[in-house]
Structures are given as structure tokens and as C-alpha cells.
Design a protein around this ligand. Structure first.
Ligand code: NAD
Length: 373
């Protein structure tokens, strides 16, 4: 395959980022666009130098009329499932924006269809490609951390309600939890090796938005926090806000039996610190394999005068995560290898999000179940 021929469905804000990232990654050509609003489809076609005939209002028409290898799903969350399932069933690979879907039922159907079609389904969680997250996962896979028994992950916007289609159930499905929370939730699960969630206790809130006339119509949450238990005994505390009376809900960190990790300013590279009793050869070898430098500081010796070290790494690159995710998608499409971020892993975020909203509704902990694929 010389060039991967892409059809974009949903030509709103994020489709521009897809167009730009495909160009940076190279090896892709956008050959058609589709939006239910004809003017938006035509405008995108014009911007990207496509003939008017390559602007569609129906995905079926687009798939029938143009030779396409992959589809970029850039519709709002409530409209992720149908185009994804239709494109997979038509034999196309799919790159779908985050979150995977607005509901667990939609996400489950998407993964099942990807598996039965044998096509790639990649979800656009770009921050997973940052050097911090990738190195954290390597430290886990290599056994440096030992079993992770507890983690926290947070994303704070003191004020940052996005408005637009993001604040309505009918388009977005939910608010801060699925919009920006998805990155933290997915990346924490990824670093922890995708443990299986079994119980969720959560709160969501929307008090601040409703004090502001601009957001009176908003019917999704501005804040969410959840205590998530996994079948391996581990717990994850997850907190996210679009609006909150606080500067920070805390950082993101992982406690392993043998070492811990904190991620400071995550997703930009260089913010990862390992906390251990000593700098082991294993850690040094792993850093060396990545061409990262290692710097240690002797940590607080604590009450019993025990040696401990804080281990920092230099040389973690600031990855262009948008370009990286499209490059990884392109490699998978060309080589026929599985999606670089497995959809069976991403669907766990939908399992948890479903638990969060059910827990808020009933005011107690709920059992969550991972679908069988
Ligand atoms: N990765 C990121 O950094 C990032 C940033 C912003 C948004 N997003 C995600 O991208 C998605 C879209 O966000 P946006 O800001 O572009 O939204 P948007 O509302 O600007 O655009 C969505 C477009 O999809 C079209 N559409 C809806 N249903 C359709 C259908 N069935 N067929 C064809 N077109 C349809 C709408 O008419 C609209 O033009 C959301 O899922 C959002 O979570 C990701």
C-alpha cells in the first residue's frame, strides 16, 4: 500500500487536527469527507483541496463512491458507534476519536465488530504516546515496580467548561469524566497493565456550571471522582474537573510493591520520577536501552535512617503525540499488526465510566463487569 486513503467523518474542530497529524505523519491521503451538515462537509473539502463530489452527507454514500482504506471518526461522542461499526463492516480500518463511545453498550459493540471484521480499531488517546507514559509502562512491564497496588490519577481545570457540543447529553453523553478524564483513566490503566475493574464508588457534580448563566442548559457533569477496585486487589483513585474551587486535585502516581512512580507535568516528557530503596542495575539498563540519563537524589531517610532514592531521567523526548499516534496507526494498517492501543484495553474506561454514573445515581458502590470479547 503506497498511500493510506482516508475518509473523514465529522468535519468539526477535531477533524482539522486529524488532517494536520496525517500530513505530519506522512503516507496518508485524505480522499473524502462526510458530515451530516452539508455546508460543513463542503467547507472541509474546500479547505483540503478536494473536489465538491468528495464531500458527502452519508457515510454509506462515501464508502460506496470512493476507494478508502481507513476512516477517521471525528463525530461527537454519541455518534462514534454507528460510523465505526459501518466502516469496520465495510472492511475499513478505523481511527476513532476519544472517548471510545458515550456508552458502554456502544463501546462493546465497536470492539466486537472490530474483532469480527479483523480490522484495526484505534482510539485517539494521543497522550498515551508521550515518553513519560511509555517509559512508565516499560518500568511496569519489566517488573521494576512489582505489582501496583494503588494509584491516583487526576486532571484539573479550575475553570474550563468547553461549551459547544461537549456539554449536552444528546451529543457528548457525559461531561468532564469522558472528555478530559478519559486520558487519565486510560493512561493509568495502561501503566497498570489493564487490570480488570470489578467495583466503582463515585461522585459527579455540576454545581459551579449552574451558577453561571452561560451554562444553564448544560446537562452533564463538571466534576467526577471515583474509587475503582480491580480483581487483582489494586485500587485507583480518579479525579477530574472542568470547574472546581481548587487549583489542583492532586498529581498522578503509582505505588508498586518494589518501587513507585510519580508523573509531574505528565505527557510532556521529563516529568517521571521513580521512588525506590536503591538504584538497581535493572533500572539503569532500562534507561540505557532508551538512551535516557539517570540522576539520583538520596531521598528522605525517614525515621529509621534507611537509604532511599529518588530517580530522575534525562533525555525523555517531548513527543509530538498527534504525529506519533497516526504513525503508529499507519504502521499497524500497513503491517496488519494489532491496534497500537488495544480496543479491549480502552473499553475498560467505558466499563469504569458506566460504573461512575451508575454509582452517582444510586449513591453507593456498584459492581462493574468487563464484557467478553
Ligand atoms: N483528541 C483531542 O484532543 C480532542 C479534542 C477535541 C475533541 N475531541 C473529540 O473529537 C470528537 C469531535 O469533537 P469536535 O470538537 O470536532 O466536535 P464538533 O461538534 O465540532 O464536530 C462534530 C461534527 O460531527 C458531525 N456529525 C455528527 N454526527 C454525525 C454523523 N452521524 N455523520 C456525519 N457527521 C456527523 C457534526 O455535524 C459536527 O460537524 C469528540 O468525540 C471529542 O471528544 C478530541
Amino acid at each position: 500500500m503506497d498511500v493510506i486513503r482516508v475518509g473523514i467523518i465529522g468535519t468539526g474542530g477535531i477533524s482539522r487536527a486529524h488532517h494536520h497529524a496525517y500530513q505530519k505523519a506522512g503516507g496518508f491521503e485524505i480522499v473524502a469527507v462526510c458530515d451530516i451538515l452539508p455546508d460543513k462537509a463542503l467547507q472541509a473539502a474546500q479547505e483540503w483541496n478536494l473536489p465538491k463530489a468528495r464531500a458527502f452527507t452519508s457515510l454509506d454514500q462515501m464508502l460506496m463512491s470512493v476507494d478508502i482504506d481507513t476512516v477517521s471518526v471525528c463525530t461527537y461522542n454519541q455518534a462514534h458507534k454507528q460510523p465505526t461499526v459501518t466502516a469496520l463492516q465495510a472492511g475499513k480500518h478505523v481511527f476513532c476519536e476519544k472517548p471510545m463511545a458515550a456508552t458502554l453498550a456502544d463501546a462493546t459493540e465497536m470492539v466486537k465488530t472490530a474483532k469480527s471484521s479483523g480490522k484495526i480499531l484505534q482510539i485517539g488517546i494521543h497522550s498515551t504516546f508521550s515518553s513519560d507514559i511509555q517509559f512508565a509502562r516499560q518500568l511496569f512491564d519489566d517488573g521494576v515496580l512489582g505489582d501496583i497496588y494503588y494509584a491516583e490519577t487526576t486532571a484539573t481545570r479550575r475553570r474550563g467548561i468547553p461549551g459547544h457540543t461537549f456539554i449536552y447529553q444528546k451529543t457528548a453523553g457525559a461531561g468532564a469524566v469522558v472528555d478530559i478524564g478519559i486520558y487519565n483513566l486510560h493512561n493509568a490503566l495502561y501503566v497498570m497493565g489493564y487490570p480488570k475493574p470489578i467495583r466503582v464508588s463515585a461522585i459527579t457534580a455540576d454545581y459551579i456550571a449552574h451558577q453561571d448563566p452561560r451554562w444553564h442548559e448544560m446537562d452533564v457533569e463538571e466534576f467526577g471522582a471515583a474509587w475503582i477496585r480491580f480483581d487483582n486487589g489494586a485500587v485507583l483513585l480518579f479525579k477530574v474537573s472542568w470547574a472546581v474551587h481548587q487549583n489542583s486535585l492532586g498529581g498522578s502516581y503509582f505505588l508498586g510493591r518494589d518501587a513507585g512512580i510519580s508523573l509531574i507535568g505528565e505527557w510532556t516528557g521529563g516529568g517521571l520520577v521513580v521512588y525506590a530503596d536503591s538504584l538497581t542495575e535493572q533500572i539503569q539498563n532500562l534507561a540505557q536501552a532508551n538512551n535516557y540519563g539517570v540522576e539520583t537524589e538520596v531521598g528522605d531517610k525517614g525515621w529509621f535512617d534507611q537509604e532511599m532514592v529518588d530517580i530522575k531521567f534525562s533525555g525523555l523526548p517531548e513527543v509530538d503525540v498527534w504525529k506519533a499516534q497516526m504513525e503508529a496507526f499507519g504502521r499497524a494498517v500497513r503491517s496488519g499488526s494489532p491496534a497500537p492501543i488495544p480496543p479491549e484495553g480502552v473499553v475498560l474506561t467505558n466499563v469504569i465510566m458506566d460504573g461512575i454514573f451508575r454509582s452517582q445515581a444510586c449513591g453507593q458502590e456498584v459492581i462493574v463487569e468487563v464484557p467478553n470479547f
